[in-house]
Ligand binder design. Structure first.
Ligand code: TLP
Length: 348
């Protein structure tokens, strides 16, 4: 059975144009810095983010990890949100591999961390305490509902950090979704940060890869960390070629995913026992919950949907994540909505 897979936008397979570009890619040894296609992708990424340089890495997780390791020494502290991907879903890499201490502050429902909370968390100069070296934000914010941080908020945090000699990193895995939703450039959203990672292998459909962007000096340090982590790739131009197609042709169309996500949420509105979270979808993710006290579990609903050829994420006992992407067309929206209604009627 061919599934309608809404578990994540990471499930997106490369487009025919990407496969074609991969087959034709000019390559070289990228550890020597000699892969022309990787070099081209990196130059495009740096330009899109308004930074001096960029580095191609195998995943978003490695992008965040290598960035944080390059900013911090062992024993330094990074401030992260308590719902940040870096904190929840990266296997504790920064502490396991980098000896970096994390201070987790509450993410508000809009994905921000309150400035007063940041203020209170900054460590005084004191040998008993780990120095606050870095603040990391996420845009769009996945676990908070695919919500968008405004450029204004990012600037405020960056100014706050600069005044205190603290660095800033953005996990911009889905920065283009944020930019499209706000109607501004990704460059504007990236500008306040010392470093930004973004992913090619989510809604942009490329099969593999993320980019780290920042100053020339920072990227030189990150290149060394990437090697330490075993992420130095050789003829990676085969992968980068798909990334170039992604950057050239897959950004503007993200608006279609956002519109389809809205349409699907409207169709799900009123389905028995299902509550769409307020404001959802902000971008390409719908977050919905089963009514409190419901005897039905997301697990059960997901199993019944799977039998009807639809896959969605059960991310908490009563909470679903439904992610719209390039391979979800109008028909898939229709089929998914119908499957949900049928299953919920049956189980409730
Ligand atoms: N997120 C995945 C899962 O790991 C949860 C998903 O399905 O959404 N930053 C953010 C904000 C992410 O959402 C992800 C992936 C990453 C980083 C890591 O990217 P990869 O999977 O390339 O390591």
């Amino acid at each position: 059975m061919k599934f309608i897979d809404l578990r994540s936008d990471t499930v997106t397979e490369p487009t025919p144009a990407m496969r074609e570009a991969m087959a034709r890619a000019e390559v070289g040894d990228d550890v020597y810095g000699e892969d022309p296609t990787v070099n081209r992708l990196q130059a495009m990424a740096a330009d899109l983010m308004g930074k001096e340089a960029a580095l191609f890495v195998p995943s978003g997780t490695m992008g965040n990890l290598a960035s944080i390791l390059a900013h911090c020494q062992r024993g330094d502290e990074v401030i992260v949100g308590d719902k940040a991907h870096t904190f929840l879903y990266e296997a504790g890499g920064i502490s396991a591999l980098g000896g970096i201490h994390s201070c987790q502050l509450p993410n508000q429902p809009d994905g921000t961390i309150a400035l007063e909370q940041l203020q209170a968390a900054i460590r005084p100069k004191d040998i008993h305490q780990p120095p606050t070296r870095l603040i990391a934000l996420e845009n769009t914010h996945n676990r908070c509902g695919g919500v968008v941080l405004s450029a204004e908020y990012c600037r405020q945090v960056s100014e706050f950090a600069k005044e205190r000699g603290i660095l800033t990193h953005l996990d911009g895995a889905r920065i283009f979704n944020a930019a499209i939703a706000l109607g501004i450039s990704a460059k504007e959203l990236a500008e306040p940060f010392d470093s930004v990672t973004f992913c090619l292998s989510k809604a942009l459909c490329a099969p593999v890869g993320s980019l780290i962007c920042g100053s020339q000096a920072f990227i030189e340090r990150v290149r060394r960390v990437r090697k330490q982590l075993g992420g130095g790739m050789r003829q990676a131009g085969v992968l980068a070629a798909a990334g170039i197609v992604a950057l050239e042709s897959m950004i503007e169309r993200l608006a279609e995913d956002h519109a389809r996500a809205k349409r699907l949420a409207q169709k799900l509105q009123g389905a028995p026992g299902l509550v769409i979270e307020p404001g959802s979808p902000a971008t390409n993710m719908i977050f919905a919950q089963l009514e409190s006290g419901s005897p039905v579990t997301t697990q059960k609903v997901c199993e019944a949907l799977r039998e009807r050829g639809v896959l969605v994420g059960a991310i908490e006992p009563h909470r679903f994540r439904i992610v719209v992407h390039y391979w979800i067309d109008d028909q898939a929206v229709e089929t998914t909505a119908n499957a949900f209604w049928e299953v919920l009627k049956e189980l409730n």
